[in-house]
Design a protein around this ligand. Sequence first.
Ligand SMILES: Nc1ncnc2c1ncn2[C@@H]1O[C@H](COP(=O)(O)OP(=O)(O)OP(=O)(O)O)[C@@H](O)[C@H]1O
Ligand SMILES: [Mg+2]
Length: 240
Amino acid sequence: MEALIKEYSKRLKLSWVRQHFHEVEATTNEEYLLKILESEIQQREARKINLLFKQSSLPRITGKPFEWGHIQMGQGLTQDHILHGGFIEEKENLIFYGGVGTGKTYLSTLIGLNAIQQQGKKIKFFTVAGLVNRLLDAHETGSLSRFFNHIEKLDLLILDELGYIPLHKQGAELLFQIISMCYERKSIIITTNLQFGQWNHIFGDPILTEAVIDRLIHHSHLIVFNGESHRYKESLLHGK
Ligand SMILES: Nc1ncnc2c1ncn2[C@@H]1O[C@H](COP(=O)(O)OP(=O)(O)OP(=O)(O)O)[C@@H](O)[C@H]1O
Ligand SMILES: [Mg+2]
């Protein structure tokens, strides 16, 4: 009988049931069935979240809470709307602007983690340089439309470090295509150390730059990260 239960569980893809059905204690049939179904569902959800984490390429961060002291947000925007994914539901963009070590990557990562854990959202974290390299590769190998399809399926795209490296013409154009594709259909978080007025230096072409900014700032919130570098403060604290 045990072999058959295992066989049928396998055919029904009930992997938790297959491995643990004999460990469950219950006084009635209903209680037994309820317990194994619940555990199967819990395991599936945990597996799904794990997979979403893996696919997200989010950087690892420590669990320490985010300090909001030097963060300047526009009126009407709340920490809750950012941290708990309201902006994703509204398909809004977030633009994080500020100097080095002020928490842009850290906050965008926290938001990504929450979106996966609390909302089961599909997200992907790229540095802008990393994304542009992927795009150029995909272009060269003829797999651009497959890569675009992959981006299409996301709920939130995080683009870290816009402005740290100037883009070549083709890279800038491909990045524009991604931003354009996401426009009004999914959320983007962009972190940058450059004001809009200087984005021309990144994209290298005023018309393209204007088109990028126009799409990004429509339905978006600008969040300014002031203050000193936390990296610097932390290294002073630890005497490194
Ligand atoms: N507001 C904050 N609250 C708590 N920790 C912070 C905050 N800002 C920064 N940190 C800490 O400082 C480290 C560096 O921050 P982070 O990498 O997010 O900076 P950044 O703004 O992305 O800088 P860069 O522009 O150089 O990429 C983080 O890993 C985190 O440990
Ligand atoms: Mg960063």
